[in-house]
Design a protein around this ligand. Sequence first.
Ligand code: SF4
Ligand code: MSK
Length: 620
Amino acid sequence: MKDTRSIDPTSLQMLKVAREEGLETAWDRYLAQRPQCGFGELGLCCRNCNMGPCRIDPFGDGPQKGVCGATGDIVVARNLLRMIAAGAAAHSDHGRDVTETLRGVAAGEIKDYTIKDENKLKALALEFGISTEGKTVQEIAGKLAEAALEEFGTRKGYLQAIDRVPSKRKEIWGKLGIIPRGIDREVVEAMHRTHFGVDNDPANLILHGLRCSLSDGWGGSLLATELSDVLFGTPRPVRGRSNLGVLSKEAVNILVHGHEPILSEMLVEAAKDPGLISAARAKGAGGINLVGMCCTGNEILMRHGVPVAGNFLQQELAVITGALEAVVVDVQCIMPALGQLAACYHTKFISTSPKAKFPGAIHIPFNEHNALETAREIIRQAIENYPNRDKNRVFIPEETTEYVAGFSVEAILSALGGTLTPLVEAVKNNKIRGIAALVGCNNPKVTQDYNHVNMAKALIARDVLVIETGCAAIASAKAGLLLPEAAELAGAGLAEVCRALGVPPVLHMGSCVDISRILTVAAALARELGVDIADLPVAGAAPEWMSEKAVSIGAYVVASGIFTVLGTVLPVLGSNVVADLLTRQAKDLVGGYFAVETDPFKAAELIIAHIDAKRSALGI
Ligand code: SF4
Ligand code: MSK
Protein backbone atom coordinates (compact mmCIF):
# COMPACT_ATOMS: atom_id res chain seq x y z
CA MET A 1 0.00 0.00 0.00
CA LYS A 2 1.25 3.48 -0.86
CA ASP A 3 2.64 5.39 2.11
CA THR A 4 0.73 8.68 2.11
CA ARG A 5 2.57 10.31 5.00
CA SER A 6 4.86 12.35 2.77
CA ILE A 7 5.59 13.11 -0.86
CA ASP A 8 9.27 13.54 0.00
CA PRO A 9 11.14 10.35 -0.97
CA THR A 10 13.72 10.88 1.79
CA SER A 11 11.01 11.10 4.44
CA LEU A 12 9.42 7.90 3.17
CA GLN A 13 12.78 6.09 3.25
CA MET A 14 13.45 7.29 6.78
CA LEU A 15 9.95 6.35 7.95
CA LYS A 16 10.69 2.83 6.72
CA VAL A 17 13.91 2.80 8.74
CA ALA A 18 11.99 4.10 11.78
CA ARG A 19 9.53 1.22 11.48
CA GLU A 20 12.33 -1.36 11.13
CA GLU A 21 14.09 0.09 14.16
CA GLY A 22 10.88 0.26 16.20
CA LEU A 23 11.18 4.05 16.60
CA GLU A 24 8.18 6.31 16.82
CA THR A 25 7.77 9.63 15.05
CA ALA A 26 5.22 12.44 15.06
CA TRP A 27 3.19 10.50 12.50
CA ASP A 28 2.84 7.53 14.92
CA ARG A 29 1.95 9.80 17.82
CA TYR A 30 -0.61 11.57 15.65
CA LEU A 31 -2.27 8.24 14.86
CA ALA A 32 -2.25 7.33 18.56
CA GLN A 33 -4.09 10.60 19.29
CA ARG A 34 -6.88 9.85 16.86
CA PRO A 35 -9.75 10.45 17.11
CA GLN A 36 -8.63 13.83 18.42
CA CYS A 37 -10.82 15.66 20.91
CA GLY A 38 -13.86 17.05 19.09
CA PHE A 39 -14.31 19.87 21.60
CA GLY A 40 -10.71 20.94 21.07
CA GLU A 41 -11.00 20.71 17.29
CA LEU A 42 -13.97 23.07 17.37
CA GLY A 43 -12.41 25.40 19.95
CA LEU A 44 -15.17 24.64 22.45
CA CYS A 45 -13.24 23.71 25.58
CA CYS A 46 -12.22 26.28 28.18
CA ARG A 47 -9.94 26.05 31.20
CA ASN A 48 -9.44 29.73 31.80
CA CYS A 49 -10.57 29.38 35.42
CA ASN A 50 -10.83 26.69 38.01
CA MET A 51 -14.60 26.49 38.04
CA GLY A 52 -13.88 24.61 34.80
CA PRO A 53 -12.65 22.99 32.71
CA CYS A 54 -15.85 23.47 30.75
CA ARG A 55 -16.93 22.34 27.31
CA ILE A 56 -19.82 23.38 25.15
CA ASP A 57 -21.80 20.67 23.39
CA PRO A 58 -21.70 21.45 19.66
CA PHE A 59 -24.80 19.33 18.98
CA GLY A 60 -27.00 21.24 21.39
CA ASP A 61 -27.87 18.20 23.53
CA GLY A 62 -25.49 18.94 26.40
CA PRO A 63 -24.39 22.14 28.17
CA GLN A 64 -24.46 25.28 26.06
CA LYS A 65 -22.67 27.41 28.66
CA GLY A 66 -19.67 27.09 30.92
CA VAL A 67 -20.05 27.41 34.69
CA CYS A 68 -19.62 31.21 34.36
CA GLY A 69 -22.20 31.39 31.57
CA ALA A 70 -19.68 31.73 28.73
CA THR A 71 -21.25 30.62 25.45
CA GLY A 72 -19.50 28.72 22.67
CA ASP A 73 -18.93 31.99 20.81
CA ILE A 74 -17.10 33.49 23.79
CA VAL A 75 -15.03 30.38 24.44
CA VAL A 76 -13.99 30.05 20.78
CA ALA A 77 -13.10 33.75 20.47
CA ARG A 78 -11.07 33.74 23.71
CA ASN A 79 -9.19 30.63 22.67
CA LEU A 80 -8.34 32.11 19.29
CA LEU A 81 -7.10 35.33 20.87
CA ARG A 82 -4.82 33.32 23.17
CA MET A 83 -3.40 31.45 20.16
CA ILE A 84 -2.68 34.75 18.41
CA ALA A 85 -1.07 36.17 21.55
CA ALA A 86 1.19 33.13 21.93
CA GLY A 87 2.28 33.31 18.30
CA ALA A 88 2.87 37.06 18.44
CA ALA A 89 4.84 36.61 21.66
CA ALA A 90 7.10 33.96 20.09
CA HIS A 91 8.00 36.09 17.08
CA SER A 92 8.35 39.25 19.12
CA ASP A 93 10.56 37.72 21.78
CA HIS A 94 12.81 36.57 18.95
CA GLY A 95 12.77 40.18 17.71
CA ARG A 96 13.72 41.43 21.16
CA ASP A 97 16.70 39.06 21.35
CA VAL A 98 18.02 40.33 18.03
CA THR A 99 17.46 43.94 19.14
CA GLU A 100 19.33 43.37 22.39
CA THR A 101 22.18 41.81 20.45
CA LEU A 102 22.39 44.94 18.30
CA ARG A 103 22.38 47.08 21.44
CA GLY A 104 25.21 45.04 22.93
CA VAL A 105 27.25 45.19 19.72
CA ALA A 106 26.78 48.98 19.54
CA ALA A 107 27.87 49.38 23.16
CA GLY A 108 30.96 47.26 22.54
CA GLU A 109 29.80 44.71 25.13
CA ILE A 110 29.27 41.99 22.53
CA LYS A 111 32.44 41.39 20.56
CA ASP A 112 31.69 38.37 18.36
CA TYR A 113 29.19 40.03 16.02
CA THR A 114 29.69 43.07 13.82
CA ILE A 115 27.40 45.28 11.80
CA LYS A 116 27.31 43.76 8.33
CA ASP A 117 24.89 46.07 6.55
CA GLU A 118 25.66 49.70 7.28
CA ASN A 119 23.38 50.99 4.50
CA LYS A 120 20.41 49.21 6.01
CA LEU A 121 21.37 50.45 9.46
CA LYS A 122 21.32 54.04 8.19
CA ALA A 123 18.07 53.59 6.26
CA LEU A 124 16.37 52.18 9.38
CA ALA A 125 17.80 54.97 11.52
CA LEU A 126 16.24 57.55 9.21
CA GLU A 127 12.92 55.67 9.35
CA PHE A 128 13.04 55.93 13.14
CA GLY A 129 13.84 59.65 12.93
CA ILE A 130 17.45 59.21 14.05
CA SER A 131 19.89 61.61 12.48
CA THR A 132 22.98 59.90 11.09
CA GLU A 133 24.90 63.15 10.57
CA GLY A 134 28.34 63.05 12.12
CA LYS A 135 27.64 59.81 14.00
CA THR A 136 29.76 56.69 13.89
CA VAL A 137 28.22 53.38 12.86
CA GLN A 138 28.36 52.27 16.49
CA GLU A 139 26.53 55.38 17.64
CA ILE A 140 23.80 54.99 15.01
CA ALA A 141 23.43 51.32 15.92
CA GLY A 142 23.09 52.24 19.60
CA LYS A 143 20.39 54.82 18.90
CA LEU A 144 18.54 52.46 16.57
CA ALA A 145 18.66 49.62 19.10
CA GLU A 146 17.26 51.90 21.80
CA ALA A 147 14.47 53.07 19.49
CA ALA A 148 13.68 49.47 18.54
CA LEU A 149 13.61 48.34 22.17
CA GLU A 150 11.25 51.22 22.85
CA GLU A 151 8.78 49.70 20.36
CA PHE A 152 8.09 46.87 22.79
CA GLY A 153 6.61 49.19 25.39
CA THR A 154 6.27 52.43 23.51
CA ARG A 155 4.04 55.20 24.84
CA LYS A 156 3.85 57.06 21.53
CA GLY A 157 0.70 55.07 20.72
CA TYR A 158 1.70 53.33 17.48
CA LEU A 159 4.54 51.28 16.04
CA GLN A 160 7.03 53.00 13.76
CA ALA A 161 6.70 50.61 10.82
CA ILE A 162 3.01 51.47 10.56
CA ASP A 163 4.25 54.44 8.53
CA ARG A 164 5.22 51.98 5.79
CA VAL A 165 1.58 51.21 4.95
CA PRO A 166 -0.53 53.29 2.54
CA SER A 167 -2.61 55.97 4.24
CA LYS A 168 -5.87 54.21 3.35
CA ARG A 169 -4.78 51.16 5.36
CA LYS A 170 -3.84 53.33 8.30
CA GLU A 171 -7.28 54.94 8.16
CA ILE A 172 -8.98 51.53 8.20
CA TRP A 173 -6.97 50.46 11.23
CA GLY A 174 -7.54 53.82 12.90
CA LYS A 175 -11.33 53.61 12.45
CA LEU A 176 -11.41 50.09 13.87
CA GLY A 177 -9.09 51.07 16.71
CA ILE A 178 -6.58 48.33 15.88
CA ILE A 179 -3.37 50.27 15.28
CA PRO A 180 -0.91 48.36 17.46
CA ARG A 181 0.25 50.54 20.36
CA GLY A 182 3.28 48.57 21.52
CA ILE A 183 4.47 45.02 21.00
CA ASP A 184 4.38 43.80 24.59
CA ARG A 185 1.24 45.77 25.36
CA GLU A 186 -0.95 43.97 22.84
CA VAL A 187 0.12 40.52 24.06
CA VAL A 188 -0.38 41.52 27.70
CA GLU A 189 -3.77 42.98 26.90
CA ALA A 190 -4.76 39.79 25.06
CA MET A 191 -3.99 37.77 28.19
CA HIS A 192 -5.86 40.31 30.33
CA ARG A 193 -8.94 40.31 28.12
CA THR A 194 -9.12 36.52 28.10
CA HIS A 195 -8.74 36.26 31.88
CA PHE A 196 -11.91 35.32 33.73
CA GLY A 197 -14.57 37.97 33.64
CA VAL A 198 -13.05 40.53 31.27
CA ASP A 199 -13.84 40.64 27.52
CA ASN A 200 -16.86 38.54 26.61
CA ASP A 201 -17.76 40.03 23.26
CA PRO A 202 -16.55 37.76 20.43
CA ALA A 203 -16.16 40.61 17.91
CA ASN A 204 -14.29 42.78 20.41
CA LEU A 205 -12.00 39.85 21.22
CA ILE A 206 -11.28 39.14 17.55
CA LEU A 207 -10.58 42.80 16.80
CA HIS A 208 -8.01 42.83 19.55
CA GLY A 209 -6.63 39.61 18.04
CA LEU A 210 -6.03 41.52 14.81
CA ARG A 211 -4.34 44.38 16.69
CA CYS A 212 -2.17 41.94 18.61
CA SER A 213 -1.18 40.14 15.42
CA LEU A 214 -0.33 43.47 13.74
CA SER A 215 2.10 44.14 16.58
CA ASP A 216 3.81 40.93 15.49
CA GLY A 217 3.86 41.45 11.70
CA TRP A 218 4.68 45.17 11.70
CA GLY A 219 6.51 45.04 15.04
CA GLY A 220 8.26 42.04 16.55
CA SER A 221 8.74 40.05 13.35
CA LEU A 222 9.70 43.12 11.37
CA LEU A 223 12.36 44.10 13.90
CA ALA A 224 13.66 40.51 13.93
CA THR A 225 14.10 40.64 10.17
CA GLU A 226 15.42 44.14 9.75
CA LEU A 227 17.91 44.05 12.60
CA SER A 228 19.11 40.55 11.66
CA ASP A 229 19.90 41.99 8.23
CA VAL A 230 21.84 44.84 9.89
CA LEU A 231 23.82 42.42 12.05
CA PHE A 232 24.25 39.42 9.79
CA GLY A 233 23.85 40.89 6.32
CA THR A 234 20.88 41.40 4.04
CA PRO A 235 20.33 38.26 1.98
CA ARG A 236 21.29 38.18 -1.69
CA PRO A 237 20.59 35.33 -4.12
CA VAL A 238 22.64 32.33 -3.13
CA ARG A 239 22.79 28.68 -4.23
CA GLY A 240 22.78 25.70 -1.94
CA ARG A 241 21.49 22.15 -1.49
CA SER A 242 18.49 20.79 0.35
CA ASN A 243 17.07 17.62 1.88
CA LEU A 244 18.43 14.83 4.08
CA GLY A 245 21.00 13.86 1.46
CA VAL A 246 23.03 16.92 2.54
CA LEU A 247 24.18 14.90 5.55
CA SER A 248 27.63 13.46 5.03
CA LYS A 249 28.82 9.90 5.51
CA GLU A 250 32.35 11.11 6.22
CA ALA A 251 32.05 14.45 8.02
CA VAL A 252 30.97 15.40 11.53
CA ASN A 253 27.30 16.29 10.97
CA ILE A 254 25.84 19.08 13.07
CA LEU A 255 22.19 19.99 12.61
CA VAL A 256 21.11 23.42 13.84
CA HIS A 257 17.38 23.68 14.41
CA GLY A 258 15.07 26.36 15.78
CA HIS A 259 14.69 30.00 14.86
CA GLU A 260 17.08 32.70 15.96
CA PRO A 261 20.06 33.49 13.73
CA ILE A 262 22.11 34.63 16.73
CA LEU A 263 23.11 31.03 17.44
CA SER A 264 23.21 29.68 13.90
CA GLU A 265 25.33 32.56 12.56
CA MET A 266 27.98 31.87 15.16
CA LEU A 267 27.94 28.12 14.46
CA VAL A 268 28.52 28.95 10.78
CA GLU A 269 31.56 31.00 11.84
CA ALA A 270 32.90 28.38 14.23
CA ALA A 271 32.47 25.53 11.73
CA LYS A 272 35.04 27.28 9.48
CA ASP A 273 37.66 27.33 12.25
CA PRO A 274 40.77 25.56 10.84
CA GLY A 275 41.65 24.26 14.31
CA LEU A 276 38.27 22.58 14.66
CA ILE A 277 38.41 21.19 11.13
CA SER A 278 41.81 19.63 11.99
CA ALA A 279 40.36 18.27 15.23
CA ALA A 280 37.57 16.63 13.22
CA ARG A 281 40.14 15.12 10.85
CA ALA A 282 42.14 13.86 13.80
CA LYS A 283 39.07 11.91 14.84
CA GLY A 284 38.94 10.28 11.39
CA ALA A 285 36.21 12.52 9.96
CA GLY A 286 36.42 14.23 6.58
CA GLY A 287 35.56 17.63 8.08
CA ILE A 288 32.64 19.48 9.65
CA ASN A 289 29.27 19.53 7.94
CA LEU A 290 26.92 22.11 9.42
CA VAL A 291 23.36 21.89 8.11
CA GLY A 292 20.13 23.64 9.04
CA MET A 293 16.51 22.75 9.63
CA CYS A 294 13.30 24.77 9.87
CA CYS A 295 13.69 28.52 10.23
CA THR A 296 17.15 28.80 11.72
CA GLY A 297 18.10 26.71 8.70
CA ASN A 298 16.34 29.30 6.54
CA GLU A 299 18.28 32.12 8.19
CA ILE A 300 21.65 30.63 7.30
CA LEU A 301 20.62 29.32 3.90
CA MET A 302 19.40 32.83 3.03
CA ARG A 303 22.66 34.47 4.09
CA HIS A 304 25.30 31.80 3.45
CA GLY A 305 23.79 29.09 1.25
CA VAL A 306 24.25 26.59 4.10
CA PRO A 307 22.60 23.26 3.17
CA VAL A 308 19.15 22.74 4.65
CA ALA A 309 18.39 19.18 5.75
CA GLY A 310 14.64 19.57 5.72
CA ASN A 311 11.52 21.09 7.16
CA PHE A 312 9.53 20.61 10.36
CA LEU A 313 8.53 16.95 10.02
CA GLN A 314 12.06 15.88 9.15
CA GLN A 315 13.63 16.80 12.50
CA GLU A 316 13.17 13.30 13.89
CA LEU A 317 14.04 11.69 10.56
CA ALA A 318 17.41 13.47 10.54
CA VAL A 319 18.27 11.80 13.87
CA ILE A 320 17.14 8.41 12.51
CA THR A 321 19.81 8.63 9.78
CA GLY A 322 22.20 7.73 12.61
CA ALA A 323 24.64 10.21 11.09
CA LEU A 324 24.15 13.21 13.37
CA GLU A 325 26.83 13.93 15.94
CA ALA A 326 24.75 16.78 17.37
CA VAL A 327 21.37 18.43 17.04
CA VAL A 328 21.76 21.97 18.33
CA VAL A 329 18.58 23.87 19.10
CA ASP A 330 17.50 27.27 20.37
CA VAL A 331 13.78 28.10 20.39
CA GLN A 332 10.52 27.19 18.63
CA CYS A 333 9.32 24.23 16.57
CA ILE A 334 11.62 21.78 18.35
CA MET A 335 9.85 18.53 19.26
CA PRO A 336 10.34 17.43 22.87
CA ALA A 337 10.51 13.90 21.44
CA LEU A 338 14.03 14.59 20.18
CA GLY A 339 15.69 13.84 23.53
CA GLN A 340 14.43 10.28 23.78
CA LEU A 341 15.04 9.66 20.09
CA ALA A 342 18.60 11.01 20.18
CA ALA A 343 19.30 8.61 23.07
CA CYS A 344 18.61 5.69 20.69
CA TYR A 345 21.66 6.86 18.71
CA HIS A 346 25.01 8.43 19.55
CA THR A 347 23.49 11.84 18.72
CA LYS A 348 23.93 14.62 21.27
CA PHE A 349 20.85 16.75 21.66
CA ILE A 350 22.13 20.17 22.75
CA SER A 351 19.81 22.90 23.98
CA THR A 352 21.21 26.41 24.24
CA SER A 353 18.50 28.85 25.32
CA PRO A 354 17.56 29.45 28.94
CA LYS A 355 13.99 29.73 27.63
CA ALA A 356 13.95 26.28 26.04
CA LYS A 357 15.11 23.21 27.94
CA PHE A 358 14.22 19.66 26.93
CA PRO A 359 14.21 16.23 28.54
CA GLY A 360 17.27 14.27 27.45
CA ALA A 361 19.17 17.36 26.27
CA ILE A 362 22.63 18.49 27.23
CA HIS A 363 22.32 22.17 28.08
CA ILE A 364 25.13 24.42 26.88
CA PRO A 365 24.04 27.98 27.67
CA PHE A 366 24.58 30.28 24.74
CA ASN A 367 24.44 34.02 24.99
CA GLU A 368 25.63 36.83 22.81
CA HIS A 369 28.51 37.64 25.18
CA ASN A 370 30.26 34.29 24.84
CA ALA A 371 28.89 33.44 21.41
CA LEU A 372 31.94 32.31 19.46
CA GLU A 373 33.51 30.37 22.32
CA THR A 374 30.24 28.57 23.06
CA ALA A 375 29.73 27.79 19.39
CA ARG A 376 33.26 26.31 19.32
CA GLU A 377 32.52 24.26 22.44
CA ILE A 378 29.35 22.88 20.83
CA ILE A 379 31.29 21.92 17.73
CA ARG A 380 34.04 20.37 19.87
CA GLN A 381 31.45 18.19 21.60
CA ALA A 382 30.13 17.07 18.22
CA ILE A 383 33.67 16.24 17.05
CA GLU A 384 34.36 14.26 20.23
CA ASN A 385 31.19 12.32 19.51
CA TYR A 386 32.19 11.32 15.97
CA PRO A 387 34.01 8.09 16.97
CA ASN A 388 30.79 6.96 18.69
CA ARG A 389 28.93 6.88 15.38
CA ASP A 390 27.84 3.31 14.59
CA LYS A 391 28.53 3.12 10.86
CA ASN A 392 26.33 0.04 10.55
CA ARG A 393 23.33 2.05 11.66
CA VAL A 394 23.91 4.95 9.29
CA PHE A 395 21.39 5.39 6.51
CA ILE A 396 21.45 8.69 4.63
CA PRO A 397 19.01 9.03 1.73
CA GLU A 398 20.81 10.11 -1.42
CA GLU A 399 18.38 12.75 -2.63
CA THR A 400 19.40 16.37 -2.57
CA THR A 401 18.04 19.23 -4.65
CA GLU A 402 19.72 22.53 -5.39
CA TYR A 403 18.01 25.79 -4.54
CA VAL A 404 18.50 29.49 -5.16
CA ALA A 405 17.33 31.50 -2.14
CA GLY A 406 18.08 34.89 -0.62
CA PHE A 407 15.28 37.04 -2.02
CA SER A 408 15.15 39.85 0.49
CA VAL A 409 13.24 42.98 -0.52
CA GLU A 410 16.59 44.55 -1.39
CA ALA A 411 17.56 41.54 -3.55
CA ILE A 412 14.23 41.67 -5.39
CA LEU A 413 14.68 45.39 -6.01
CA SER A 414 18.18 44.84 -7.28
CA ALA A 415 16.99 42.05 -9.64
CA LEU A 416 14.39 44.52 -10.93
CA GLY A 417 16.98 47.23 -11.54
CA GLY A 418 16.37 49.28 -8.40
CA THR A 419 12.61 49.92 -8.42
CA LEU A 420 9.39 47.93 -8.24
CA THR A 421 8.18 49.49 -11.49
CA PRO A 422 9.14 46.51 -13.72
CA LEU A 423 7.19 44.19 -11.40
CA VAL A 424 4.18 46.52 -11.47
CA GLU A 425 4.42 46.67 -15.28
CA ALA A 426 4.59 42.86 -15.50
CA VAL A 427 1.45 42.67 -13.36
CA LYS A 428 -0.30 45.38 -15.36
CA ASN A 429 0.39 43.72 -18.71
CA ASN A 430 -0.68 40.36 -17.27
CA LYS A 431 2.65 38.59 -17.66
CA ILE A 432 2.40 38.12 -13.92
CA ARG A 433 -1.23 37.53 -13.01
CA GLY A 434 -0.68 38.21 -9.32
CA ILE A 435 1.41 37.25 -6.32
CA ALA A 436 0.73 34.52 -3.76
CA ALA A 437 2.62 34.19 -0.48
CA LEU A 438 2.82 30.54 0.63
CA VAL A 439 4.10 30.14 4.16
CA GLY A 440 4.01 27.94 7.24
CA CYS A 441 4.75 24.54 8.61
CA ASN A 442 4.24 20.83 8.04
CA ASN A 443 1.53 19.01 9.94
CA PRO A 444 1.08 15.23 10.12
CA LYS A 445 -2.61 15.84 9.36
CA VAL A 446 -1.44 16.59 5.81
CA THR A 447 0.77 14.44 3.56
CA GLN A 448 4.12 16.17 4.14
CA ASP A 449 4.80 18.83 1.47
CA TYR A 450 1.83 17.71 -0.68
CA ASN A 451 -0.15 20.90 -0.20
CA HIS A 452 2.90 23.18 -0.38
CA VAL A 453 4.32 21.75 -3.58
CA ASN A 454 1.06 21.20 -5.43
CA MET A 455 -0.27 24.61 -4.59
CA ALA A 456 2.94 26.32 -5.67
CA LYS A 457 3.00 24.36 -8.94
CA ALA A 458 -0.69 25.05 -9.67
CA LEU A 459 -0.16 28.77 -9.07
CA ILE A 460 3.00 29.27 -11.11
CA ALA A 461 1.45 27.31 -13.99
CA ARG A 462 -1.21 30.02 -14.09
CA ASP A 463 1.31 32.89 -14.03
CA VAL A 464 1.05 33.63 -10.32
CA LEU A 465 4.44 34.56 -8.87
CA VAL A 466 4.87 32.61 -5.62
CA ILE A 467 6.84 34.03 -2.70
CA GLU A 468 7.58 31.81 0.26
CA THR A 469 9.08 31.57 3.73
CA GLY A 470 9.45 28.97 6.47
CA CYS A 471 8.85 25.29 5.93
CA ALA A 472 6.81 26.00 2.80
CA ALA A 473 9.95 27.40 1.18
CA ILE A 474 11.98 24.35 2.22
CA ALA A 475 9.31 22.11 0.64
CA SER A 476 9.77 24.04 -2.60
CA ALA A 477 13.55 23.84 -2.32
CA LYS A 478 13.33 20.05 -2.06
CA ALA A 479 10.92 19.91 -5.01
CA GLY A 480 13.26 21.93 -7.24
CA LEU A 481 10.90 24.91 -7.49
CA LEU A 482 13.49 27.40 -6.22
CA LEU A 483 15.65 27.05 -9.31
CA PRO A 484 15.53 29.40 -12.31
CA GLU A 485 15.04 26.26 -14.43
CA ALA A 486 11.65 25.77 -12.73
CA ALA A 487 10.45 28.56 -15.03
CA GLU A 488 9.60 25.74 -17.41
CA LEU A 489 6.77 24.79 -15.03
CA ALA A 490 5.42 28.34 -15.09
CA GLY A 491 2.86 29.84 -17.45
CA ALA A 492 4.24 31.63 -20.51
CA GLY A 493 4.07 35.14 -18.99
CA LEU A 494 5.68 34.31 -15.67
CA ALA A 495 8.28 32.11 -17.39
CA GLU A 496 9.25 35.02 -19.64
CA VAL A 497 9.74 37.35 -16.65
CA CYS A 498 11.72 34.71 -14.72
CA ARG A 499 13.99 34.03 -17.70
CA ALA A 500 14.56 37.72 -18.31
CA LEU A 501 15.56 38.27 -14.68
CA GLY A 502 17.23 34.87 -14.13
CA VAL A 503 15.08 34.17 -11.07
CA PRO A 504 12.94 31.17 -10.06
CA PRO A 505 9.13 31.37 -10.24
CA VAL A 506 9.06 30.64 -6.50
CA LEU A 507 11.09 33.12 -4.46
CA HIS A 508 12.44 32.12 -1.05
CA MET A 509 12.17 35.19 1.18
CA GLY A 510 13.38 33.68 4.43
CA SER A 511 12.20 32.45 7.79
CA CYS A 512 8.78 32.87 9.43
CA VAL A 513 9.64 36.30 10.87
CA ASP A 514 10.63 37.30 7.33
CA ILE A 515 6.96 37.34 6.35
CA SER A 516 7.51 40.94 7.38
CA ARG A 517 9.51 41.21 4.12
CA ILE A 518 6.35 40.16 2.30
CA LEU A 519 4.34 42.84 4.14
CA THR A 520 6.96 45.42 3.18
CA VAL A 521 6.78 44.43 -0.51
CA ALA A 522 2.97 44.47 -0.45
CA ALA A 523 2.93 47.93 1.13
CA ALA A 524 5.49 49.23 -1.36
CA LEU A 525 3.54 47.79 -4.31
CA ALA A 526 0.34 49.40 -3.06
CA ARG A 527 2.10 52.75 -2.71
CA GLU A 528 3.58 52.41 -6.20
CA LEU A 529 0.09 51.80 -7.62
CA GLY A 530 -1.51 54.43 -5.41
CA VAL A 531 -3.95 51.92 -3.88
CA ASP A 532 -4.50 50.06 -0.62
CA ILE A 533 -2.88 46.68 0.08
CA ALA A 534 -6.37 45.12 -0.07
CA ASP A 535 -6.72 46.28 -3.69
CA LEU A 536 -3.67 44.34 -4.90
CA PRO A 537 -3.93 41.06 -6.85
CA VAL A 538 -2.19 39.36 -3.95
CA ALA A 539 -3.15 36.48 -1.64
CA GLY A 540 -1.65 34.45 1.19
CA ALA A 541 -1.80 30.78 2.15
CA ALA A 542 -0.62 28.53 4.95
CA PRO A 543 -1.22 25.14 3.34
CA GLU A 544 0.10 22.87 6.13
CA TRP A 545 0.24 25.17 9.18
CA MET A 546 0.45 23.84 12.73
CA SER A 547 1.90 26.46 15.11
CA GLU A 548 0.32 29.33 17.05
CA LYS A 549 2.80 31.58 15.26
CA ALA A 550 1.01 30.68 12.03
CA VAL A 551 -2.28 31.86 13.56
CA SER A 552 -0.75 35.21 14.42
CA ILE A 553 0.72 35.40 10.90
CA GLY A 554 -2.63 34.58 9.29
CA ALA A 555 -4.31 37.23 11.43
CA TYR A 556 -1.84 40.01 10.58
CA VAL A 557 -1.84 39.13 6.89
CA VAL A 558 -5.67 39.31 6.86
CA ALA A 559 -5.65 42.49 8.97
CA SER A 560 -3.21 43.98 6.45
CA GLY A 561 -5.88 43.45 3.79
CA ILE A 562 -4.79 40.17 2.22
CA PHE A 563 -7.09 37.21 1.51
CA THR A 564 -5.59 34.09 3.13
CA VAL A 565 -6.32 30.40 2.56
CA LEU A 566 -5.63 27.94 5.38
CA GLY A 567 -4.93 24.32 4.51
CA THR A 568 -5.63 22.95 7.98
CA VAL A 569 -8.70 24.00 9.94
CA LEU A 570 -8.56 26.70 12.63
CA PRO A 571 -10.21 25.55 15.87
CA VAL A 572 -13.11 28.02 15.51
CA LEU A 573 -15.85 25.97 13.90
CA GLY A 574 -17.65 25.64 17.23
CA SER A 575 -18.81 29.22 16.79
CA ASN A 576 -20.74 30.40 13.75
CA VAL A 577 -20.25 33.95 14.96
CA VAL A 578 -16.44 33.69 15.02
CA ALA A 579 -16.24 31.65 11.80
CA ASP A 580 -18.44 34.22 10.05
CA LEU A 581 -16.33 37.09 11.37
CA LEU A 582 -13.13 35.55 10.03
CA THR A 583 -14.39 34.28 6.68
CA ARG A 584 -16.97 36.92 5.71
CA GLN A 585 -17.27 40.04 7.85
CA ALA A 586 -13.52 40.59 7.96
CA LYS A 587 -13.69 41.38 4.24
CA ASP A 588 -15.86 44.44 4.91
CA LEU A 589 -13.88 45.44 7.96
CA VAL A 590 -10.24 45.06 6.91
CA GLY A 591 -10.39 43.95 3.26
CA GLY A 592 -8.67 40.63 3.96
CA TYR A 593 -10.44 37.48 5.13
CA PHE A 594 -9.83 33.78 5.67
CA ALA A 595 -10.91 30.74 3.70
CA VAL A 596 -10.24 27.14 4.64
CA GLU A 597 -9.47 24.71 1.83
CA THR A 598 -7.62 21.50 2.49
CA ASP A 599 -7.29 20.55 -1.20
CA PRO A 600 -4.27 22.41 -2.64
CA PHE A 601 -5.69 22.49 -6.18
CA LYS A 602 -8.97 23.99 -5.04
CA ALA A 603 -7.04 26.37 -2.76
CA ALA A 604 -5.03 27.54 -5.79
CA GLU A 605 -8.31 28.12 -7.67
CA LEU A 606 -9.61 30.26 -4.79
CA ILE A 607 -6.46 32.36 -4.96
CA ILE A 608 -6.63 32.73 -8.73
CA ALA A 609 -10.30 33.77 -8.56
CA HIS A 610 -9.39 36.35 -5.89
CA ILE A 611 -6.47 37.67 -7.96
CA ASP A 612 -8.64 37.93 -11.08
CA ALA A 613 -11.34 39.81 -9.16
CA LYS A 614 -8.75 42.27 -7.85
CA ARG A 615 -7.29 42.72 -11.34
CA SER A 616 -10.67 43.61 -12.83
CA ALA A 617 -11.42 45.98 -9.95
CA LEU A 618 -8.13 47.74 -10.77
CA GLY A 619 -9.05 47.71 -14.47
CA ILE A 620 -5.97 45.71 -15.49
FE1 SF4 B 1 -15.65 27.40 32.53
FE2 SF4 B 1 -16.06 30.02 32.32
FE3 SF4 B 1 -14.06 29.10 33.83
FE4 SF4 B 1 -13.96 28.89 31.15
S1 SF4 B 1 -13.96 30.77 32.33
S2 SF4 B 1 -13.40 27.32 32.64
S3 SF4 B 1 -16.13 28.54 30.65
S4 SF4 B 1 -16.23 28.77 34.18
S1 MSK C 1 9.83 26.74 11.38
S2 MSK C 1 6.60 27.90 12.59
S3 MSK C 1 7.26 24.69 11.57
S4 MSK C 1 7.04 27.17 9.23
FE1 MSK C 1 9.45 28.70 11.28
FE2 MSK C 1 8.43 25.73 10.10
FE3 MSK C 1 6.12 26.47 11.05
FE4 MSK C 1 8.14 26.30 12.64
